[in-house]
Design a protein around this ligand. Structure first.
Ligand SMILES: *[C@@H]1O[C@H](CO)[C@@H](O)[C@H](O)[C@H]1NC(C)=O
Ligand SMILES: *[C@@H]1O[C@H](CO)[C@@H](O)[C@H](O)[C@H]1NC(C)=O
Ligand SMILES: *[C@@H]1O[C@H](CO)[C@@H](O)[C@H](O)[C@H]1NC(C)=O
Ligand SMILES: *[C@@H]1O[C@H](CO)[C@@H](O)[C@H](O)[C@H]1NC(C)=O
Ligand SMILES: *[C@@H]1O[C@H](CO)[C@@H](O)[C@H](O)[C@H]1NC(C)=O
Ligand SMILES: *[C@@H]1O[C@H](CO)[C@@H](O)[C@H](O)[C@H]1NC(C)=O
Length: 361
């Protein structure tokens, strides 16, 4: 096991309630069906492969569907959950200094009950900000105090709930330059990122990992090299950072290879940081075909294998597991079917490919 130390740290954090009884259908029960032994759940297999978890993002819109929640909060399937939206700024602090944890709690509370851990997401992003923040030009001093106040409240509220926090999300452009947004514009550059990590370290639990999270950094390219440079600069200056999250939103026909993903993960592990695939999904151009599903399965499996084989990649999170709630169709019209289960909750080839690569037999 690569992560005994982490597992101990997590136990001491009491992120989960006392270990629940084994899931029915795993190891015993159900008359020892071959199916259950071979496919006991993604998290069960991920832990056997040496990962800390296999996780999923969960959105609030389908929490009324018990077919969905019985899988989402099944810790044999998902040992870790990430609130897809509920912890973002617009929901957490909709008015200045007024905090609302309702949406986040709809996911955090049942996941604690289920014995799952959480990646918390996120403190700072350029998107999904409340109007009070975007409709006015604050000074650097005001924005610094707004930033600290936000992190202080949210980090304190979820103090013992988060294995990791995505402290800053998507601060870079694909060419490796800093994104222009209210943060970089007001601060005159990326210094708000270092500040955010310092504030996060001050208020989160001592054991919570602090991550930088971004997309298109799953190969060695100008963007991932910019993250490497940022980490080196932080380490030189004593700015706390523990991990880099590679989102891994992939597309059939133009996704990075196993070698490319491995090489990108390695550049962060080499700096002493842990990594994770934090938002894995693989979209296809609709209409979907069996050939595309086969390609999709291979991309899922190769990505998961790159994490398993890396020196310090702690786990994989899929950005939801059920096609009808994927973010893809609304963001990339004409694309979809990016997840592991189809509209009927039937496991797609990708589900079996991920299980098989984790089982490695
Ligand atoms: C949880 O998931 C595992 C793996 O798919 C399954 O065997 C088990 O029956 C599920 N448990 C419940 C309570 O649905
Ligand atoms: C859950 O609520 C949404 C709308 O909020 C609705 O479209 C959907 O049919 C509901 N699902 C179930 C299973 O009740
Ligand atoms: C908090 O958020 C929930 C979910 O969006 C909403 O229903 C509720 O009205 C909010 N509470 C307050 C006090 O605004
Ligand atoms: C904020 O400043 C920018 C650039 O100086 C300006 O274009 C914009 O109108 C200002 N916004 C507000 C709400 O004052
Ligand atoms: C970085 O960008 C430059 C020019 O924009 C390009 O020539 C170079 O190949 C890129 N480097 C990598 C590693 O992609
Ligand atoms: C779900 O099941 C229905 C009824 O059997 C079928 O018509 C439909 O094509 C299925 N959907 C998918 C995505 O397989």
């Amino acid at each position: 096991m690569k992560f005994d130390v982490l597992a101990t740290a997590i136990a001491s954090l009491s992120l989960a309630t006392a270990a629940p009884a084994p899931e029915p259908g795993f190891g015993h029960g159900y008359g020892g069906h071959k199916q259950n032994l071979k496919y006991p759940g993604l998290d069960v297999l991920a832990k056997r492969a040496g990962l800390l978890y296999f996780g999923t993002a969960i959105d609030n819109v389908v929490l009324n569907d018990t077919r969905y929640t019985s899988i989402a909060f099944n810790r044999s399937e998902f040992g870790q959950v990430t609130p897809a939206n509920g912890q973002k700024w617009m929901y957490i602090e909709p008015e200045r200094n007024v905090f609302n944890y309702t949406m986040a709690n709809e996911i955090v509370i049942p996941s604690k009950k289920a014995g799952q851990i959480r990646r918390c997401h996120n403190f700072i992003w350029h998107n999904q900000l409340p109007d009070w923040l975007t409709s006015k030009n604050y000074t650097k001093a005001e924005l610094t105090s707004i930033l600290e106040n936000h992190i202080k409240h949210e980090a304190t509220y979820f103090k013992n709930d988060c294995y990791a926090w995505d402290v800053v999300n998507e601060a870079l452009n694909d060419d490796g330059t800093w994104r222009q947004d209210i943060w970089s514009n007001t601060f005159g550059g990326p210094e708000y990122i270092a500040l955010a990590f310092k504030f996060a370290r001050k208020y989160v639990s001592r054991n919570t990992r602090l991550y930088y999270n971004d997309y298109n950094i799953e190969t060695v390219n100008n963007k991932s090299l910019a993250v490497v440079a940022m980490v080196k600069d932080f380490q030189k200056r004593g700015v706390p950072i523990d991990g880099v999250g590679l989102q891994a939103h992939f597309t059939v026909g133009r996704s990075p290879t196993y070698d490319q993903v491995s090489a990108s993960i390695a550049q962060f592990n080499k700096l002493g940081l842990e990594t994770a695939l934090t938002e894995l999904d693989v979209r296809v151009a609709l209409p979907d075909t069996p050939a595309q599903q086969a390609d999709q399965a291979k991309i899922y499996a190769d990505s998961v294998k790159a994490c398993v084989d890396a020196r310090d990649c702690v786990g994989v999170t899929v950005w939801d597991f059920w096609d009808p709630v994927s973010w893809v169709p609304s963001t990339f019209p004409g694309n979809g079917d990016a997840d592991l289960l189809d509209a009927n909750f039937t496991r797609k080839p990708a589900y079996y490919a991920v299980s098989d690569i984790l089982r490695d037999d």
